[in-house]
Design a protein around this ligand. Structure first.
Ligand code: FDA
Length: 501
């Protein structure tokens, strides 16, 4: 056992954590970040840091014996998944009964595995979900600050119209327009100029080589290349990898002591350490941060935590579906792994849907159009503590996903009717058309203004803060990382000014 102390500790290295560490470091505060995953910067024997979706290996997943891709099958054949050795890989799928949650593991959190879609929510909806947050400030200051810090860029519309990589998106757009629906380009943190050069064969391919969900070897501005690089550049921030925080204890003098388990990439525990901190920031994501506080409350270590800890969790209304295209309506074999277009039906008063036009980067013509629909699902889950496994369990029933399916079906029935097409029934391992047994967008568990105050200060304790997706009450109406980043920018500015001066 070692014991050491740092003025500030940030748990995790995802969006909220990265913003917080940069601002702490820039303010001159020595800060240690603790990340349970690996730093992904070293090529393996194949010369690559990350494997592609088409030939995944142990680097793909967090301690699994077989990969668990979201599209389980194609024509009911299990083509996508492979047996692998358990290892500290980059993508985790955490199972809770009827719901499983995809999360990134490694320095950069979800930014390593996600689709890079950088979408600012509709202001009217943001005002509904977080009414106590000043929307003028968010839209005037913090969303622009987040976009700048993340390095968000926009696709060249002329290239989009002429390239091969987005023929799949143009086909889906045509089908949406035939049904009278609107589509919109989505900004991205994938460098579209790099992608253009990939298609022109000027640079090594990444988005155009079926790389997404298990990491991108090129082109993507993940957090390790944006916020975290800047944080390290302050000279005040250090990152410890393969360090998992297990327990949080409060000392008599109000400082924090963390129990941290250090492992090797094969999962062997190397050491169990104690690390002290004056200011503690939870940025371990909706699952990670919520689990730490549910465990701390229900094992009696932090008994003053409120009943709101563990409440208000949602899937961002995620539901995935595919449509069968006519034989003459081809998408081509080359599909960019990064979405660039969405169907925007969020203004539908009954069934608001924002559907990302998702690729099927299989390297062959699939005659399929895939979508990840984001819907306004009012259902919420919650976490309980399971002493036997010393973990937090998500309580979510399969029936709670039905409002998402209903909203998506309402929209895509219209698209099918207008185009004479049907759903695909072969993609999700059985014959279902709508898959909502997983989410990419876990949100909530430590909701702003409920488990915390309006700036993420945890109720019941001083110098304890939440800074990630667990602050957002289950829904943002769009892909969430820009919202998480902007909210973290807002909160840390206030906390630096008021608590750490
Ligand atoms: P995030 O989950 O990013 O980071 C938490 C970090 O903490 C992880 O690195 C984890 O390993 C670490 N950690 C957890 N517990 C710990 C512990 N006890 N000790 C130490 N470390 C711990 N969003 C979007 O806006 N656009 C998109 O295109 C997509 N696409 C997408 C695709 C896929 C496949 C996934 C899985 C997700 C997306 N998302 C997305 C969602 C987006 O990635 C997600 O909302 C954010 O990463 C969440 O950011 P957070 O800061 O909340 O934590």
């Amino acid at each position: 056992q070692e014991s050491e102390f740092s003025p500030a500790v940030v748990i995790g290295t995802g969006y909220g954590a990265a913003v917080t560490a940069l601002r702490l470091g820039a303010a001159g505060i020595p800060t240690v970040m603790l990340e349970m995953g690996q730093l992904w910067n070293t090529p393996a024997a194949d010369g690559k840091i990350f494997p592609s979706m088409l030939s995944p290996d142990k680097r793909a997943m967090w301690f699994k014996k077989r990969t668990e891709a979201p599209l389980a099958s194609f024509l009911w054949l299990d083509l996508a998944n492979r047996n692998i050795d358990p290892y500290a890989g980059v993508l985790d799928r955490v199972h809770f009964g009827d719901m499983s949650v995809y999360v990134g593991r490694g320095v950069g959190g979800g930014s390593l595995v996600n689709g890079a879609m950088a979408v600012v929510p509709k202001r009217s909806y943001f005002e509904q979900i977080l009414p106590a947050v000043d929307a003028d400030e968010m839209y005037g200051t913090y969303f622009p600050r987040a976009n700048a810090g993340l390095g968000v860029n926009h696709i060249d519309p002329d290239w989009f119209e002429s390239c091969d990589s987005y023929q799949f998106a143009r086909v889906s757009r045509k089908h949406a327009h035939n049904a009278g629906l609107a589509t919109t380009f989505v900004p991205s943190v994938y460098d579209f100029d790099y992608m253009r050069r990939e298609e022109a064969n000027e640079v090594p391919r990444s988005a155009l080589a079926s790389e997404v969900i298990y990491g991108n070897n090129h082109g993507k501005r993940s957090l390790d290349k944006s916020y975290l690089a800047a944080a390290l550049g302050t000279g005040n921030v250090t990152i410890r990898t393969l360090h998992e925080v297990r327990d949080i204890i409060r000392q008599q003098d109000g400082t924090w002591v963390l129990t941290v388990r250090q492992s090797d990439p094969d999962g062997n525990v190397l050491a169990v350490k104690q690390l002290g901190a004056k200011y503690l920031f939870l940025g371990a994501g909706s699952l990670g941060s919520t689990e730490l506080l549910v465990r701390a409350r229900d094992t009696g270590k932090l008994p003053e935590l409120s009943d709101e800890v563990g409440q208000g969790w949602g899937t961002n209304g995620n539901v995935m579906l595919g449509r069968a295209n006519h034989l003459w309506d081809t998408t081509g074999a080359l599909e960019s792994g990064m979405p660039a277009l969405g169907i925007d039906a969020w203004n539908d008063p009954q069934n608001p849907v924002f559907a990302e036009i998702a690729p099927v980067p299989a390297g062959i013509e699939t005659w399929a159009s895939l979508y990840l629909a984001i819907t306004r699902n009012p259902e919420r889950g919650y976490f309980t503590y399971d002493a036997a496994s010393d973990s937090a369990r998500l309580q979510w029933e399969i029936s709670q996903g039905q409002p998402s399916i209903d909203a998506a079906k309402n929209l895509f029935d219209k698209i099918n009717a207008a185009n004479g097409t049907i759903y695909r029934y072969d993609l999700f391992g059985d014959t279902r058309a709508f898959e909502n047994r997983f989410t990419y967008h876990p949100l909530g568990g430590l909701v702003l203004g409920r488990a915390t105050d309006l700036y993420g200060r945890v109720k019941g304790y001083r110098n304890l803060y939440v800074t990630d997706g667990s602050l957002i009450p289950g829904s943002t109406g769009v892909n969430p990382f820009v919202t998480i980043t902007a909210l973290a920018e807002r909160n840390i500015e206030r906390i630096l000014a008021e608590d750490l001066r």
